[in-house]
Write a protein that binds this ligand. Sequence first.
Ligand SMILES: [Zn+2]
Length: 333
Amino acid sequence: MIKTSKLPSSIKRIIFIAVVLAFFFGAGVMAGNMKPINSVKIAFPNNHEINVLTTKNTVQEILKENYIEILDDEIVVPNLETEINGNTTITISKKSETNEIVALASKGEDIPLEQLLNSYSAITEKIVVEQIEIPYETITKDIVSGKANTTEEIIQAGKNGLKEVTYKIKYQNDVEIERQEISSKIIKNPVNKVVSVKEKATVTSRSSTSRTSTTYTAPTGSLASLVEGITPKVTTLNTSAYCACYKCCGKTNGVTSSGKKASAWYTVAAGSAYPIGTVIYIPALSGKANGGWFIVQDRGGAIGNNKLDIFVGSHSEALQFGRQNLQCYIYMF
Ligand SMILES: [Zn+2]
């Protein structure tokens, strides 16, 4: 620091002039580099407004300078790239609101022209190709009319198809406002689901006397009550009969492969597809001892899955039975 008090007054004056000149020179240099200062009003969706002074050029820069972020559902007018010249207002609004403005205007509401133009200017059109699933249809066959107790079997599984649809879509501020289908072509046809409705084999337990099915006489018995609620597999099996004799079994003790002693018109030998304990109802044999109810308790070397061997009381009974193709209701647990 220069101690001016000790200097002669002429030097003081020179220093003063130099300082003044330096000030103006400096100010001149600054003015040369200085950007114009704009006063900008920023309006927010919640009707708040702020006024800022800025030397920035574009809307984006001004917002950034003020730590303002535009959210996905917001729109800014004028747009981010617009250069600001002079005093202006930057309006941030919700996209949904600008669409509302258009809607209100079309209802005859008095909307300021500038606001309305801004809302309209954002409408764009795009051609969009979309793949759309074609839902399959369900076709029902063999409808048993007037029967309450039915069972459904899916014969063919349904598969959705696929089509390619070309739309012309109008967007307003990135929100879809109108969609027009231009063309459509099928890529994959749907496969119908086919369901067969059949009358359910109804099992009536010992305690009940109600009969809801007329397919066959509802049987009674302990095996019948075991399978209540289970949907049987209905199939025709090649059925024969056997007894505990040496000719039939190679032994005479009457003990089955399940370890249980065989009972006439109760025990059956079946193929491996039917586990020990599987209950089988044969309507054709409902007049027999157990009302046509059998349980798989035995196996046999020659008994495939399409065969069934029924244990009977004597060899003559077995011979008399012979071979019969019989409809069987098979209940597996
Ligand atoms: Zn025998």
